[in-house]
Design a binder for this molecule. Structure first.
Ligand SMILES: [Fe+2]
Length: 392
């Protein structure tokens, strides 16, 4: 088996680590002009001010860019790239969830190199050297702090584009569980399931490798235990730390492999309706698993045992069925809504969702070949029924 595994990101993990940012920046020779990329909610929650003050006290010139929204748009990234050039930024630091980190990646790419995200995503412009990039996640989910990709929505078409290149990997990831203590339960749930899907898809996809699988296995066993605890009590520091570590491991898992069909559907939904990424992933996960399992019982049985949903003595078939049941119970426990409950979603759009999903490069990475009619069937099941395994 041939594969390559790559992650040059320096990882600093621990409570209070974000307070040491000026020293960490000094060690990496970050330059004097720093752009902090964050969303208005994070700024209102006061997570930026301490970091900004300590940087300014350390002699850094700080620009705050706050045009960060869920399902980040190319138009906002372009505004950030413009500010990057105007303020002669040296280093871009994201403080926030996946949207802040992905926006920061696009700014660190387009700021110094010019161009617009679609030119890179469509292969019309080659990826130049990005500005030094630091990611400080405030949710446990995306894993973007260690991945080479950023998902950006093209405002004019609602198409989700994936920027993907080794140069997009952050130089430094600072993981401080304290920053995640105030995340509300619904976001804890959605982002947590996103991390779980990264681990499951990174583990099972056609381009996985033994290193990704080892990291994915560790992520799965941590997340299924810690997510309900972090959801029930956001102040549970141990559960928050386990979740941040789980999402990091999941990012390291899929970062040198890929995601697959769950993400293709979720990204289509996010592009069309602005559905939170983790919610869309959670909705489709059991239905895609139900489709994937037949013919691939062994690998799914293995995941069920790793998650603690099945026993060693269970056959692969039994264990794989228990995986779906365990996932449905987990997502119900953390109150993930159903597809029909999402604002804007209508059956008339299913053909478009199928088309967007088929056009997603990760469709070909799915463990089992998936055709338009399969995507349509998954959508219909998600819209109207629970997986067959539960209706017995
Ligand atoms: Fe994701």
């Amino acid at each position: 088996m041939n594969y390559s595994y790559h992650c040059p990101t320096k990882i600093e993990m621990g409570e209070g680590k974000s307070k040491t940012l000026p020293e960490l920046l000094g060690k990496m020779g970050a330059g004097a002009s720093i752009m902090l990329v964050s969303d208005p909610g994070i700024i209102r929650a006061g997570l930026i001010s301490g970091i900004k003050d300590s940087l300014e006290a350390g002699g850094y010139r700080v620009t705050v860019f706050d045009k960060v929204f869920p399902n980040p748009r190319d138009t906002d990234c372009m505004l950030g790239a413009e500010e990057f050039r105007m303020n002669r930024i040296n280093t871009v630091a994201a403080i926030g969830g996946g949207s802040a980190m992905d926006t920061a990646k696009a700014i660190a790419l387009c700021g110094p190199n010019g161009g617009i995200p679609s030119e890179y995503a469509d292969g019309k412009r080659s990826y130049g050297q990005t500005a030094p990039l630091i990611c400080i996640p405030t949710t446990a989910g995306t894993g973007s702090e260690v991945t080479r990709s950023a998902v950006i929505t093209e405002q004019s078409t609602h198409r989700k584009m994936t920027l993907k290149h080794a140069n997009l990997r952050p130089q430094l990831a600072v993981l401080d569980p304290e920053l995640t203590l105030s995340v509300p339960p619904d976001i804890t749930a959605a982002t947590g399931v996103d991390a779980l899907v990264h681990a499951i898809e990174g583990y099972t996809c056609r381009v996985s490798n033994p290193i990704s699988q080892a990291l994915g296995a560790s992520a799965i066993s941590k997340i299924v235990k810690a997510l309900p605890l972090a959801y029930q009590n956001g102040e549970n520091r141990k559960a928050r730390a386990e979740m941040l570590e789980g999402s990091l491991l999941a990012g390291l898992c899929f970062g040198s492999a890929d995601v697959a069909a769950v993400h293709c559907l979720a990204e289509a939904l996010g592009g069309l309706y602005d559905t939170p990424h983790g919610v869309a992933n959670a909705i489709f996960l059991p239905h895609v698993l139900e489709y994937n399992i037949s013919g691939h019982e062994e690998i799914h049985g293995r995941i069920a045992r790793i998650a603690g949903f099945a026993a060693e003595k269970d056959s692969d078939e039994e264990a794989a069925e228990k995986l779906i049941k365990g996932i449905v119970e987990l997502t119900d426990q953390i109150n993930i809504p159903k597809l029909k409950q999402l604002p804007g979603v209508k059956k008339a759009d299913f053909e478009r969702i199928v088309e967007l999903s088929m056009n997603n490069n990760s469709t070909s990475s799915n463990v089992k070949e998936i055709l338009p009619q399969d995507y349509l069937q998954i959508l219909e099941k998600a819209y109207s029924a629970v997986p067959a395994v539960l209706s017995n």
